[in-house]
Design a protein around this ligand. Structure first.
Ligand SMILES: [Zn+2]
Ligand SMILES: [Zn+2]
Length: 362
């Protein structure tokens, strides 16, 4: 018998080895365990929490590319916009202000890919007019008279797309509680389990927005974009449109990706643990050994209409034509982003359940 002291997996008190039964017994809670069970629990409890690693694929603009772009900045709202050399900006794509001035090109993250505009300007305008048809729930101002477009802007919005395989190994403390009548007594039996789940979850092109100027509820409502249709970036792709320069750092986007991946993985794994009265995580390791992330531009039509002196925004996904607006009562707002998990439950590598102990008590 080694001199190593094992702790009771159930209550944490020191265990004592019994030679006759070859078990490790707890003098505190009365349970007894096999050496194998105790060894497994010790291994789980000493597990490290794992780390998430990303290769951020952003590069810089080449000298030639920089020469083929134009940069503008808005003195009214501070937006930084990039377009190709043939496009002239007259108004700020965000605040509509004409106080937009040519600016010095500043090196920054160069987009790797762009999703091109498939929705034409006429189609975006048509979608705007069609929106009002048959909608009786709109505020009165929109129901009488014509709704005019006061401004329409073709915008590229910066995102990072994160792809990875997340390896997860999570152990839960679980109980099953049963009550039964035994003569004149009511007997409550609590069985304790250590439930272990491990597996791999694939994340494909998880979008994290790198802009703060456009309301996130608007851009999230426009998702999903079909990222597999993205093409390689070159300044010409921007012709006629304005690209917003990312104003959220790659580091911050990375942190947001980390927490989304961790939360999703926790929830997917937790869903596989059922049939217990209570389940609480005991130990977890979520690691991403080789994640990749690339900067990308998403296409968006932004339409402003003014009613009773107040501006309202319409945004249309430039790839799919999906529309959203901040007009009250809009249903468009309530679509969420569908999780980019490729067959999460199907890819769970292995699922192991370790039965720990059974406790009978009154
Ligand atoms: Zn104990
Ligand atoms: Zn502006």
């Amino acid at each position: 018998m080694s001199t190593l002291t094992y702790k009771c997996p159930s209550c944490g008190a020191p265990l004592i080895y019994r030679g006759d039964t070859q078990t490790l017994d707890c003098g505190n809670c009365g349970n007894s365990f096999t050496g194998e069970t105790v060894r497994q629990v010790a291994e789980i409890d000493s597990q490290e929490s794992g780390s998430i690693n990303w290769e951020m694929q952003g590069t810089e603009y080449s000298k030639q590319e920089a020469d083929r772009t134009r940069t503008f900045s808005c003195t009214s709202c501070g937006a930084q916009l990039v377009t190709d050399e043939t496009t002239v900006a007259t108004n700020c794509a965000f605040c509509g202000s004409p106080s937009i001035i040519p600016a010095q090109f500043t090196p920054g993250t160069r987009p790797e890919k762009v999703i091109p505009f498939l929705v034409k300007k006429e189609e975006a305008e048509k979608a705007f007019h069609q929106y009002f048809r048959g909608k009786k729930m709109l505020p009165n101002a929109f129901l009488k008279g014509n709704n005019q477009i006061s401004k329409i802007m073709q915008l590229y919005v910066p995102y990072w797309l994160f792809s990875c395989q997340a390896d997860a190994d999570i152990t839960y403390n679980a109980t099953q509680v049963h009550t039964r009548r035994s003569g004149s007594y009511l007997e409550t039996i609590t069985r304790h389990f250590l439930v272990r789940r491990a597996g791999t979850i694939d994340f494909q092109d998880l979008p994290i927005d790198a802009h703060s100027r456009i309301d996130n509820t608007i851009t999230e409502t426009l998702e999903p974009y079909k990222t597999e249709e993205a093409i390689a970036f070159s300044p010409e792709v921007l012709s006629g449109a304005m690209a917003d320069r990312a104003d959220v750092s790659a580091e911050e986007c990375k942190q947001r990706a980390d927490s989304r991946i961790t939360e999703t993985t926790e929830s997917v794994m937790r869903q596989t643990v059922s049939g217990y009265t209570s389940v609480t995580p005991r130990r977890q390791r979520i690691s991403v050994p080789q994640g990749k992330s690339a900067p990308v531009l998403f296409p968006l039509w932004q339409i402003t209409t003014i009613k009773d002196g107040k501006p309202y925004t319409f945004a249309i996904n430039g790839q799919t034509g999906k529309l959203t607006t901040n007009i009250p009562y809009s249903r468009g707002k309530y679509f969420g982003w569908a999780l980019g998990i490729a067959g999460a439950s199907a890819v769970l590598g292995y699922v192991a359940v370790t039965l720990l102990l059974k406790v009978g008590g009154i």
